[in-house]
Design a protein around this ligand. Structure first.
Ligand SMILES: [Zn+2]
Length: 147
């Protein structure tokens, strides 16, 4: 953009060097055109500075968003998962343990066969993912989830 300003300055110098002045109609026209060019170059310069400020601002917003995403997804990753074994197809089905703390009636269905693997109204105990071996033996009815 500095290039445009330089070129306009060169034209302004040229009008003086060539003795172009406002006494002739053409001279008046040329000088006015070059004035307009000078204003435009100035305006471009301002727009470019605003643009750079905006880019900096958007970059900082993007950084902030990345930080926020890291924090939010870290929380989700830290979510404890529980596993149950599907009584129909014996596939292991996992879901977030926070679902168990909900007071709403909850049914979790098996993604493999569609059967209900967990029903909060039945108060099935589910075990933690870490001791997956124990899933089957702890799969009893009538015991409140101890989570
Ligand atoms: Zn199943």
């Amino acid at each position: 953009m500095g290039n445009i300003k330089e070129r306009v300055a060169y034209l302004q110098g040229l009008t003086q060097g060539l003795n172009v002045n406002e006494r002739s109609a053409e001279g008046k026209l040329l000088i006015n055109i070059i004035d307009v060019l000078d204003d435009m170059a100035e305006e471009f310069n301002n727009i470019q500075m605003v643009q750079e400020d905006l880019e900096t601002y958007v970059e900082s917003m993007d950084d902030d968003l990345t930080d926020l995403e890291d924090e939010v997804y870290e929380d989700i990753d830290g979510e404890e998962l529980v596993e149950v074994q599907c009584p129909s197809c014996h596939e292991t089905v996992s879901f977030e343990s926070s679902l168990l703390e909900s007071d709403d009636d909850l049914e979790v269905s098996c993604p493999h066969c569609g059967d209900i693997v967990y029903d909060s109204t039945l108060e099935i105990e589910v075990s933690n993912m870490d001791n997956g071996q124990a899933v089957n033996s702890e799969f009893r009815y009538g015991i409140h989830p101890g989570i």
